[in-house]
Structures are given as C-alpha cells and as structure tokens.
Ligand binder design. Structure first.
Ligand code: ZN
Length: 338
C-alpha cells in the first residue's frame, strides 16, 4: 500500500489544531487551502470534474491534513515537503537542480534536505503517484493524492515557503507568515475573484513546478519590504492588537494578531498579491490534476461512483460552477484562525 497513515477524518481540523502547542506556521491557513482545493475541483473539465465533485467535501477537508500530519506527528520528513529554502540550495542554474527526490537526497544528504526542504521534488513525486493511481483507477488513492497535491501546490504559491526567512525572523518581522496567508485572506478573501478559466495540459511538470517556485520567490522581497516600511511608520500598538499585559496579543496558534487598520493598509499596498497567488494556486492545482489524468490515459472516473451519487450531485455541481464563473467559491465554512 502506498498510502501513508492518515489521521481519522472525524478529528476536525480545529480540534486537531487546538491540540498543537507549537506555533503553527501553515501556508494559506485553513481558509486558503480549503478555497484552493475547492476552486481547483470547479476548474476541471466535467469529464473528470464530476468525479472530483462527488468527493469535494473530502478534498476540501483533506486540504489541510498535510499540515496536521506535520505538526501532530512531528514528522521531520513531512515538514520538509512543504517548503524549500532556495538561498541555501543556491542553484547556479536549473541544470544544477537534481532531477528527482532521490537525486536530491543523494546529492545533499538526508539531514540537509530535511532541514532546507524538498517541496518541488515532492510535488513531482506526488504527480507520479497520482498519475499511477489514476491509471489503475484506485479511487481512495486518487482522492488522497489529489487533495494532498493541492495542498503542496498551494504551499508553493506562498512566497515565504521558498525562503530561509520563513516567518520574517531574519528581518525582525516575526508573524508576517500567518499575517499574509491567513489573516489577510480571512479578512478580505470574500471579495477575491478566484475564477481561473479553462485548464491547461502541462507538457513539462518539472519546468512548471520550478516556474511556480521561482515566481513565488520573486515576491519575497516585495512582501517583506512593504511590511518593513509600514512597520517603521506605525508604533507597536497600531500594528498589533495588544493584550492586557501591554504586549501583542496572540491567536490560539501563537501568532501575533495585526490590527484591522494595519491589515487594510498592508493588503492595499500588496496590490492584489495575495488574491493573485491564491488564484494561481487554484489554476495550477487544476492543471496538475488534469495533466495526471491525461497522462493516465483519460480513464473514465465516473464509474468509480454509483450512478445515483453522481445524479444527486449534478445540479449543485452546475450551480457551484455558475457561481465560480463569477469569481465566487460557495459553500465553505472554514475555521477561522484570527
Ligand atoms: Zn503546508
């Protein structure tokens, strides 16, 4: 069996997260990952999208499970799958990039890759596994792998997941990670336009993966510099919600909470960066799923479900797509972190 041990789905995300005592650093948080995976389902062509839609609740719920695995099981190998510290690898050119995960481990050693991250190789690895599961029409595996792949592609669109300065700790901006990926989308995401148009077949997965990583990485300096300037212009009590002890208050995951006015200002100065990265994550997740399906020989997935299930979901699938075309992703009640 290829599947890893899974946390029973009955443990809801919020319950599991509350059990974690460490400071949580996600990419995208619950709101973001939920919306990315659901948006990607709606972006698929109906010939494979109907099967995905039949399981959309699972795909949405599973979108945050890789982070839970990482924190709950304190699994070092899992943690490294969510990021890559490009500064450490310092690739002179793409010709120097190891082909597969095993090549990266052989070149840098297990400890180093676990420390500095393996996100792009993990995405390629997951693609191979998903393609294989589709070829063999292994339903449960298709769903787990597709949902998890959506999580990692989402992570790859969060700029700080490509940098050593993961939480702004190297520039005195601790807390910016959760601010950018969780607090901002929770506050302003309802106005985002997340429709992405038709899917595209990707002929070169490695190239496409590195394009995502590199373009995310290009945003690191901008997102940090904008906030650094804002920080200089605002005293502490204008930046953070303050606790009774006169220090910045923290949310249940140990992240500082920025004030609403400060969030509005930062979000505006980012000129749509968060929205664009989220939309790109939806687009790429759908493109990767679609490519795996094409490379698997376009198997008929509809016969993996009873016809009655498909029939029952058809009308609401249509309605969700209609709403998606106006930019909206309906029907998600994601747990709030802030
Ligand atoms: Zn993650």
């Amino acid at each position: 069996m290829v599947m890893k041990k899974k946390i029973p789905v009955i443990l809801t995300v919020s319950v599991v997260l509350l059990l974690c005592s460490v400071t949580m650093v996600f990419a995208w948080g619950v709101w973001g990952h939920n919306h990315i995976n659901k948006g990607a389902v709606l972006a698929l062509p109906a010939e494979m999208g109907m099967f995905f839609y039949n399981h959309v609740d699972f795909i949405v719920e599973e979108s945050t499970v890789p982070d839970i695995r990482k924190h709950m099981l304190n699994d070092k190998a899992e943690a490294s799958r969510h990021y890559i510290d490009l500064e450490w690898y310092n690739f002179a050119s793409k010709a120097n990039v190891p082909e597969k995960m095993a090549d990266a481990v052989a070149k840098y050693g297990k400890d180093s890759v676990q420390k500095y991250g393996v996100l792009p190789w993990n995405i390629e690895d997951m693609m191979d596994k998903l393609t294989d599961a589709m070829k063999n029409k292994r339903k449960t595996e298709i769903l787990f792998l597709a949902a998890d792949l959506g999580h990692y592609i989402g992570d790859a669109h969060m700029p700080l997941h490509t940098s050593l300065n993961h939480d702004g700790q190297l520039t005195g901006q601790q807390g910016i990670h959760a601010f950018w990926e969780s607090q901002l989308p929770e506050l302003f995401g309802k106005n985002y336009r997340l429709y992405v148009g038709d899917v595209h077949y990707i002929s070169d997965i490695k190239k496409a993966t590195w394009e995502i990583i590199d373009s995310s990485n290009k945003l690191v300096a901008t997102m940090l510099e904008i906030e650094a300037k804002l920080k200089r212009d605002n005293p502490e009590d204008k930046q953070y919600v303050m606790g009774p002890d006169g220090k910045p208050a923290k949310n249940k995951f140990g992240s500082v909470i920025h004030t609403y006015d400060y969030a509005v200002e930062y979000h505006e100065l980012l000129s749509g960066m968060v929205e664009k990265q989220m939309r790109n994550a939806i687009e790429k997740t759908a493109d990767f799923w679609y490519t795996a399906w094409v490379n698997a020989g376009k198997p008929d997935l509809d016969d993996l479900d009873p016809e009655s299930v498909t029939e029952r979901n058809r009308a609401v699938y249509k309605d969700d797509i209609k709403a998606f075309k106006t930019g909206k992703i309906r029907g998600l009640r994601s747990d709030k972190e802030f």
